[in-house]
Design a protein around this ligand. Sequence first.
Ligand code: PGA
Length: 248
Amino acid sequence: MKKLIAANWKMNGQSAWASKPEQLFDLLGKIIPDRSQILICPPSVYLQQVAKNAHKYGMNAGAQNCHSENSGAFTGEISANMAADCEADYIICGHSERRAMFGDTDATVKAKADSVITSAMGAIICVGETLDQRESGEANSTIESQLRASTPEASTALNTVIAYEPIWAIGTGKTATLEDIAQMHAHIRAVYSDMFGEKSAQDLCIQYGGSVKPANAKDILSTDGVDGALVGGASLNMEDFAKIVQAA
Ligand code: PGA
């Protein structure tokens, strides 16, 4: 399976960053490694510019969030089909920052992912446990319940990516152990298999996210069941991001 390496710029960037795909292409020696797919998710105001350049260099672009409705009186929001109109290929749904700070629930994440799929893009559905949940032995059950409640019925391995991002590892410099990552990815695949069948589960791309950086990318990306990475902080620096892509 190809590894999907995604840059989540969060609320960082400026219009000059639209040239980052070209910079990345140069850093990669003008070669997009065929075993990896590159995805850049800028703030939505820059999406169209970044998407145009990403496509020029054989990469993908995506939004970081969307509303579940196509249009309407939702001041400040963007819809999945608007992102598609700006040439997005994917939309991140239910990032833990959205869940913690902007009220995204499993039900809204599911509705958003459904609208992403209906708009013919890939939905990257994020799941992750808190440190408390991990330490009290509830990591598996937390992830299972998030997955079951956040994944729309229309999900297939072609239109869905699951990003496992332990909340305590995001932006903290802490990463889960390789054993914990392998265990959780196998657990996610088993739950997905129960929901959508064995074949879909085998084909499903499951990313790991949480303090992925050049120094740990190779180990994480060669861990069993890890099909890619969702990279926050280290994706703001194209040299670091290029190294992560190369590790894939
Ligand atoms: P991080 O963020 O790489 O800065 O930990 C990952 C994410 O939030 O997707």
